[in-house]
Design a protein around this ligand. Sequence first.
Ligand code: PEP
Ligand code: MN
Length: 339
Amino acid sequence: MLIQLKPAITPAQRTAIEEAVRSAGCTPRAIDSQQGPLLLVEGDLDRLRHVPLGVFEGVRQVVRLTAPYALSGLEHQREPTVVKVGSHRIGGGPLTIIAGPCAVEDGDTLLEIARQVKEAGADILRGGAYKPRTSPYAFRGLGLDGLRLLRDVSLETGLPTVSEVMDPRHVEACVSNVDMLQIGTRNMSNFDLLIEVGRSGHPVLLKRSRAATIADWLLAAEYVLAQGNPNVVLCERGVRGFDSATRNLLDLAAVPAVRERSHLPVLVDPSHGTGKSAYVPPMARAACAAGADGVMVEVHVQPQRAMSDAEQAVRPDDFRDLCDDLRLLEQVRGRAVSS
Ligand code: PEP
Ligand code: MN
């Protein structure tokens, strides 16, 4: 349940509402949203059936949610959320292109990749410092050194950065060094981590778990939003399929499915979605045509040297061609949307 409060509510009025909620055995949680102050009420809401919350002073309206997406849903907010990442904005119209290596490997390689993707038209640089790897013996990233390299390269090129955080204890270091925190597919249901990135207030790129329904994914976003952090961007990256011809099954229908339910921006990652560099450009173009707010693409100057996900790394020349195509498609899409 959501209680929308009047902007001019007094502390005493607020306390009276919170006490009424608590004495019914439920928990009120204060949230500052773009629509003004809100109380999210959790617990056994049946116990509040006979509490006339709507007539308390300071209450604008009580919303008994039929949909479970209290904060990410269109019932809560109709206008698209726009998330500021450094100087760039994700959502609300223009296409966002995120590009960079799977992992941060060394400073020179990262800088070279950053320069090339920037010249091609990328808006944000990606690169993993903490790498979730299926095998514990694979390269697991440079950790804090990798974050520092991202910060240095960002200062040098002017590109904002995004990097994955896997451990609540690393959130602070990530916040100080990169502009956006990525929650990877393996951690979409790591609720303590979601709460921690929510508390940080930093922009969050929330990837869909390999086995998550759209509902699971939006509820994971709720964990971040419920901490008062509105800066959530969703990223479709493919779900587990049955065919090894592609690494995952890229679910592009997730884009319109999210649009129908949520105001949050949604990106598509065709790199992890297909696992093959040749399939990345066509699926990135398809994502754009499907109405995604942007794409995230793995690029490497020398894929043969890449320490992770070499097979899906796009070369800078091919990435440049892709960016040209995407900007053209964006114009066509703009016409389709405005007609
Ligand atoms: C990544 O983007 O580097 C990554 C590991 O992605 P995912 O969590 O989607 O596998
Ligand atoms: Mn990768």
